[in-house]
Write a protein that binds this ligand. Sequence first.
Ligand code: ADP
Ligand code: MG
Length: 409
Amino acid sequence: MSNVLRLALVDPQDGSRETLKKMLLGMDMVWLEAECSRYEFFPDVVAQSAPDVGVVSLDSDAEKAISLLGRMRHEAPDCALLAVSSSSDGQLILQSMRAGAREFLTLPVSLEDLMAALNRMSETKFGGTSGSGRATRVIAVAGASGGVGCTSLAVNLGCVLAAHSENTVALLDLDLAIGDADVFLDTIPDYSLIDVTQNVSRLDFQLLKRSLTKHSSGLYLLPRPVQLQDVSLITPESLRRVFGLLKATFTHIVIDVSKGFTETDLAAFEFANDVLMVVQLDLPCLRNLVRLQMSLDEIEGLGEKLKIVVNRVGLESGQIKLKKAKETIGRDVFAQIPNDYRTMVEVRNNGVPLLEQAPKAPITLAMQTLANQLSGNVDADGEDGEEKENGAPATAGASSWLNFWPKSR
Ligand SMILES: Nc1ncnc2c1ncn2[C@@H]1O[C@H](COP(=O)(O)OP(=O)(O)O)[C@@H](O)[C@H]1O
Ligand SMILES: [Mg+2]
């Protein structure tokens, strides 16, 4: 784990120390190196554990705590200090800042505020602008046509990623009106995206994780709202705050976006590192893709994130040839997922992921390869895509249409 902030905490009050500890333990960006219940022992704890950040609670004895801050500033100048107190008294804040605290937070602290403060400290420590500890990978899954396999891909990619013990993975169903990721995972979630969005400012880590449904694969699901009326309550702004919270908690976030390319979908693209565009090798789909690409490429930063995933390769002899499709799209094909109707019907009917239903099937292996590619472990298919050409001849109609589009597109 790189760029993880190592923390030491001092708070003589057991209750508030436990609350703070629980919150910190749930965050991926921090590693709680040591905790201490006596102000006088803290300098030794810090000398031994050399944390990046010292969290000092002032409530037990403000005077002692402030003098500890002053001492720490001299004795451990590399340890950034974060003061916390249930008092928001201006004098106290001023005193602690003067004594050497880099940040001050009022208790009870919200996860959002804690993250923001730690992000700022992380930026100072590690440089850069990401501010997050271990960089979270955010993968949005979009499709160029209805039923191309976005949810199948998002769910199974999420499960494949979650199978690695070092990963914590959340799947966010952003197909707000008709999303069905919960059905793919055979779960009846207690909470939805609407609960998280509405309570974002008072969510702590425990509540956030309880709001998500944990599947037996290890994947956490945040489903779309139950009521259609609630969809409008989810705005790009409220989503951005949810994204921030998820990012502090999970190593991977997979987002199944809608086919509407709505404002909320675009917010997800903005947040994502990779935008997978799922297509099938048929005329309507490729035609949509070409058109969509023209618009999406105009959005700053989006063009580089866009990765084409061809699904259901080998579906029928009438499919457009991969080579032809690539020429038309003007982009490499990042990954190919074979057609496997029988297995996909089984996983759908049983509500289990591919990894459980058919761990050795080529379609499952293709999902694993895709996960590796996204982690930078394997080359994209685009380099050797020809070898995986499905061999199906293009239909006359398709090829004449495909020739119509300039290659540069
Ligand atoms: N590689 C594949 N092979 C066979 N069937 C597939 C494949 N990918 C998806 N499907 C099937 O296609 C249908 C639509 O998939 P879905 O993931 O719901 O698409 P979307 O989310 O884009 O609407 C489902 O019945 C699914 O089982
Ligand atoms: Mg879907």
